[in-house]
Each structure stands twice: as C-alpha cells, then as structure tokens.
Design a binder for this molecule. Structure first.
Ligand code: 5GP
Ligand code: MN
Length: 317
C-alpha cells in the first residue's frame, strides 16, 4: 500500500533528491513519454542527475517530440543506484518491465491517472479524473511555481492531447482545455504537433490495408474487432490508432484489437464508446487501464484470445 502525497509533497521530493530515474510503461505512448521527458528536462535544468528509462524501444512515430533521445533502455544485468525512482503513467510494477528489477532506489514514487492503479510504490500521487499524466504534470508545475519552457510545454501538450484524443474523449474537462491554453501561451505550436501525429508512415498504412479486412462484428454489431496476426506483426510499425477503425462504427459499443506479438502472446487493446467499463474486462486478464481504454496480454493463440475476450464481453453486454 502506498502513502498518498499532495502535489507540494511530490514537488519537495523531487527537489530533495539528487539522482533520479524516471520511467513508464512498456509500449510507451505520447502521455508516458511527454510527461516524463518534460519533467526530466526541467529537473536537469535544476542541476539534478536525471535519466529516463523504458524497458522497450521508442517507436519512431514519437521522434518529433523534443528531447525524446533522452529516453534510454536500461541494460539487463546492470544495477542503477538512485535516490528516487519515479514511475509515471503506469498502474502496476509489471508495466515497467526490467526497470523495476535493475533500478535500486531509496524511494519509489508513482504518479498516475489509471483507475486500475495497484498502489505498488512507496509513495503515490493518483488523480483518476486527470485526462493524462501530462495534466498532473501541469498541476504540479503550477502548484510549485515551476516555469515551463517551450519544449517542456510541447511535451506536456503532446502528453495531454494523445490521451484525450485531441480533446475528443470524455476525459476532456474544462480544466484540460485551460491547461492546454496555458501551454499554448508558452509557445506550443498545435498545428505542428497535430501534423506530426496525423502523418502516418507508409509502412503503417500498408499494414492497415491488411488488417482492415479482418474487421469482424459480434453480438449483433455491438462489438467489433480487428486482428494483427503474428505473420503481419512488425514491432517497428506504429499501430496504436488501428483500434479506432473498429471503434467508430455505428452501433458499436465495444471495439478491440488483438495483436500477436508472438504466436501465443496476444496484446489486446479495448475501447468502449459508452456503457461498458473495459478496465474491468482488462483487469480480468491481468491488465488494466481506463473505463473507455484498456489493455491486457493473453497467453494463448490469437483465435483463443478472441474467444476469451468475446466471452468476457458477453457477460457484461
Ligand atoms: P492501449 O490499448 O493503447 O495499449 O492501452 C490503453 C490504456 O490501457 C492505456 O492507458 C494503457 O496504459 C492501459 N494498458 C494497456 N495495456 C495494459 C496492461 O497490460 N496492463 C495495465 N495495467 N494497463 C494497460
Ligand atoms: Mn496516460
């Protein structure tokens, strides 16, 4: 069980630590990267010894983000001793992979916004109504009176818009937009970021043409899903938004995508349009996330994984 902190206590913890490692979940997204790299940039400017770790490669899709080259993959077998390990945008320890084993920290602090948070760290700042961990960063900087330069603002803005679907998702609050407005005042160029996000690599579009024919409906059209079979899987291809092609279809309540990263290791991305809480479904398979966007891994064949997800959905629909 974690001790929950106030933002001021979180800020003081950062100021007191001299050496810090920031980390986040595997298969990192814009929120994990933006909130962590933005915070790391600021802490470096304060003279801190800061590194940013993820037990994964960062997809080229995120190359447009300032200072993204700061993100390192830790070497297995090496021990990293630090004052403070900060786990951002991750709700459980398994989500940070080997970072949890190779970093030996005096203190572990978790900053997160997932309802499925498992309170695994020594200290926790959890805000489940924040649209993104990037929002929590804005709150932290404001409450501490810390300045956001243009690059930090760009990183936090990217974090926020990637998790709230550019202000389209239900997690978007008036406060989300006020924060975004303040970030624009710091010099963020929203058109440049939108263009970077909307521009797909040819490899992504080529894969999409092969994945769309797998679109299947179930439960009278209330569920739609697509599949990336193992022969089509390519780690370097960015597929995070593919599930939306199943999601935004008339009559669909729940959409999911199954991706065979190995023939019997199936990553599942779940999205809900309204009534169904997909974090409950993901939790049932050892995963987690938010009510409307969750994920898990199922260790079975892709056909069996689809069957298991459909069975679980059948119980709540
Ligand atoms: P995505 O489907 O885009 O991978 O993830 C959707 C949301 O669910 C994100 O907030 C992500 O952090 C969370 N999520 C995805 N997979 C897992 C998982 O295996 N475990 C947990 N705890 N959360 C996950
Ligand atoms: Mn997030």
């Amino acid at each position: 069980m974690s001790k929950e902190l106030t933002l001021k206590e979180v800020g003081s913890m950062f100021m007191e630590a001299q050496s810090l490692i920031l980390c986040f979940h595997v298969n990192p997204d814009g929120d994990a990267l933006g909130s962590s790299v933005g915070l790391a940039r600021f802490l470096k400017q304060q003279g801190k010894d800061v590194r940013v770790f993820v037990d994964d490669v960062v997809n080229d899709f995120y190359k447009f983000m300032p200072d993204i080259e700061m993100v390192e993959r830790p070497e297995v077998g090496t021990t990293y001793d630090v004052d403070l390990l900060v786990v951002l945008d991750a709700s459980s320890k398994d989500r940070i992979g080997v970072v949890g084993e190779c970093v030996k920290a005096k203190t572990i602090l978790n900053i997160d916004h997932h309802v499925s948070n498992t309170k695994f760290a020594d200290y926790l700042y959890l805000d489940t109504i924040a649209a993104a961990t990037g929002e929590i960063m804005c709150d932290l900087f404001e409450s501490m009176g810390w300045a956001t330069d243009e690059k930090v603002a760009t990183l936090f803005y990217t974090a926020i818009i990637m998790d709230c679907g550019s202000f389209k998702f239900s997690c978007t609050r008036p406060k989300t937009m006020r924060m975004a407005a303040k970030l624009l005042e710091c010099g963020v160029q929203p058109d440049d970021i939108a263009e970077a996000i909307d521009t797909q690599k040819r490899s992504t579009m080529e894969l999409l043409t092969k994945v769309l024919p797998t679109l299947t409906f179930a439960y009278g059209g209330r569920v739609a899903y697509i599949a990336i079979t193992n022969d089509l899987y390519d780690k370097s291809v960015h597929t995070d938004n593919f599930v939306n092609y199943a999601r935004y279809i008339e009559g669909v309540d729940v959409a999911f995508m199954v991706k065979a990263v190995e023939s019997s290791v199936i990553r599942v991305s779940l999205r809900s349009n309204k009534t169904v809480d997909v974090s409950e479904i993901a939790l049932g398979f050892g995963g987690g996330g938010h009510k409307r966007a969750s994920g898990c891994t199922i260790y079975a064949s892709i056909e069996e994984a689809i069957k298991q997800v459909l069975d679980a959905l059948g119980k709540v629909l």
